[in-house]
Design a protein around this ligand. Sequence first.
Ligand SMILES: CC(C)(COP(=O)(O)OP(=O)(O)OC[C@H]1O[C@@H](n2cnc3c(N)ncnc32)[C@H](O)[C@@H]1OP(=O)(O)O)[C@@H](O)C(=O)NCCC(=O)NCCS
Length: 175
Amino acid sequence: MEILTARLKLREWKEADKEPLFKLNSDPRVMEFMPKLLSKEESDNYLEVIKLRFEEDGYSFFAVELIENQTFIGLMGLSVPQFDSFFTPCVEIGWRLAYDYWGKGYATEGAKASLDYGFNELGLSEIVSFTVPRNIRSRRVMQSIGMHYVGEFNHPLLPQKHPLEKHSLYKIKKE
Ligand SMILES: CC(C)(COP(=O)(O)OP(=O)(O)OC[C@H]1O[C@@H](n2cnc3c(N)ncnc32)[C@H](O)[C@@H]1OP(=O)(O)O)[C@@H](O)C(=O)NCCC(=O)NCCS
């Protein structure tokens, strides 16, 4: 199972991805809008959760690799959020790329292909995305792939009054 775009391969995970995934999950620039940086053990556990979601749902966040040199540059794809809110159950689209690869259109390119996969291969009728309001880079990707802003919600997995509690929600329908 994989998704190919002009420059990217979204594929299932390999053992060799663990180290670059840890670099990503422990980089303060990449994790600016996440609750915390991950230790190696937490990053490995995060990957185990992704693999479990592949087993249970049939899909989850893919590893993203550059076709030209097979370099791992991050993660992206569709996943079922594991919390309850007014818009769940649902399928989210998400992305996290290594800092050196930002600003080259990779997130937008992979996200468009992920939407196509969700609507046409998985038969989904709607896909959501969310991030903290200050994460302008991520919100621009949401807008440029055609998602529309729904409003704000408090993320139920974060404590009340946590600085990252408030999130902006976007949606897109198949049609
Ligand atoms: C959010 C994130 C995935 C964006 O990745 P990205 O690859 O830099 O995004 P893109 O390159 O597709 O888009 C960013 C800009 O690059 C520009 N760009 C540069 N070269 C481009 C090209 N060849 N094609 C298209 N766009 C290009 C785009 O115009 C876009 O700018 P704009 O939004 O001002 O128009 C990345 O910043 C990231 O991993 N952040 C940390 C993790 C995170 O916050 N994830 C989301 C949490 S919900």
